[in-house]
Write a protein that binds this ligand. Sequence first.
Ligand SMILES: Nc1ncnc2c1ncn2[C@@H]1O[C@H](COP(=O)(O)OP(=O)(O)OP(=O)(O)O)[C@@H](O)[C@H]1O
Length: 506
Amino acid sequence: MSGQVLSISGLTITTPNGVDLVRDTHFEVGAHELVIIIGPSGSGKTSIINTLCGLIDERDGEWKIAGRLSYGEREIDLSTSRSDMCGLVFQGNALFDDLSAGENVKIAADHAGEGARGFDATPIMSLLSDIRPEQPIASCSGGQKQRIAIARTLIAGHPILILDEPNSGLDIISSRRLAGIIKDICVQRGTPVLIAAHHVDDLLPLADRVLMLDTRARTVRPVAPDMASIERAMRGLDSEGESALAAAETGATAPQADAWQGLARRGRPGRWFARYFAEYFWVLCASPFMLAYLGLGGAILGFVSIWFGFNYHAFGGYLKSILHDETLAGIGFVQTTISVPLIASILVVARNSAVICADLGNRTLSAQLPAMRNLAIPGLRYLVVSILVANTLSLALLTVAALATASWSALQTWQVFFPDQPPEFWQENYFRRLIEAGPALYAQLGWVSAKIVLSSVLGSGAAILIGLRPKLSVVSINNAIAKAIVIGVSLTLLSHAFFAIMQFWR
Ligand SMILES: Nc1ncnc2c1ncn2[C@@H]1O[C@H](COP(=O)(O)OP(=O)(O)OP(=O)(O)O)[C@@H](O)[C@H]1O
């Protein structure tokens, strides 16, 4: 493959907001060449890299891409096809946190392409000499993670190598060593290497050329590979990030400055509890998806109880003719005080345990809770109280919704059996035991409320405790979610069984 040139022509990238990052841009990276691309913060370096690596994510919005990438015999139309020729070291590392340090490299080696065959990996592996292969990713320092990410991509053996800010977490010695290793690889393999970087001092001695993303001309142009020329070229360029920094330096007003000044003023901290409560109430209860879920559960239960209660009972014939009012009263009582509250609790606790555990697990993994503590935000209190209250309200309201649809579908099913009976007859008998109970009505509702509150508090409490336990990876969050569902539903079954026994214990 030696001697092949990476050539980009006619590259235009338009963000989903309609901003052209580059227009009709051309550049090349030769075989054995190490080229650095620089540009102000937010100018589009990562977007160019993602385009070259086929990683523009259309789920973020509709990007418009035009241009061609050619390398050797292959040519790719970037407007219609995703490029698969460039290996990328991601800015945020993107390590697999459920695998150990060694496994992160091994998995790349085991899936390496032809380009990796017969290549001496010793210099790459020497990048990792201070890391134990069995070390979990979570226990590696920022610089160590970065070196693992670099080694992993180098091992994979793509014909073209692209690095996004590879030296941002490294000390100066590691950074120089890294630059030397990358250069060696570039020369040995004949690989074109493109590096996007802000801190170029350590990389410059080994760079063949420097390209600059010119935010005024919306193109990529060459700059002499020395710090003085780079600084001169960068000065005078405009971008959102640059103009904000320049404004801060000179005391001038940047476009969004007023909005940010308003945010910096101290307000009432209590509104953040309301903010978190509203967020959890919506996700745990009020979303249309939840209402439809519980409505459907109630409707199916209403139909099943009446249909099978009348059709498949041992005294089915009698029930239909002379005993149907008593049967209806019995089914109505069991449905309103036992079965619908139980099914609603199981459905809500199972679903909401997963949501709560995933939410807190992600906050734990991404260190949001220590960040809140560090900012003197009573995060745990906001989150835990909001979750407990929102989940209990959610279960109460959704049980009422399920009871409404269960009663409605019970009435529809009953009318299939007894089309001549007026709905008033159904209403009188279906709710008779509940109403007959007189003051005990309140006792029955009290039992139902007790089941709901206990199921909710135990279910969401278990999900909170499981979600807040230390998490090392996304896989550990998944396992925690499964555990929270099983424990939450088991506690719900036990709560309902306990109160059902108490309810009829006379
Ligand atoms: N999904 C998106 N939707 C809309 N605009 C986006 C999206 N992703 C990025 N942008 C915008 O595209 C521009 C370029 O972003 P990009 O991340 O490519 O810049 P960059 O030069 O790599 O920045 P930095 O050096 O700060 O990492 C920015 O203004 C950014 O706000």
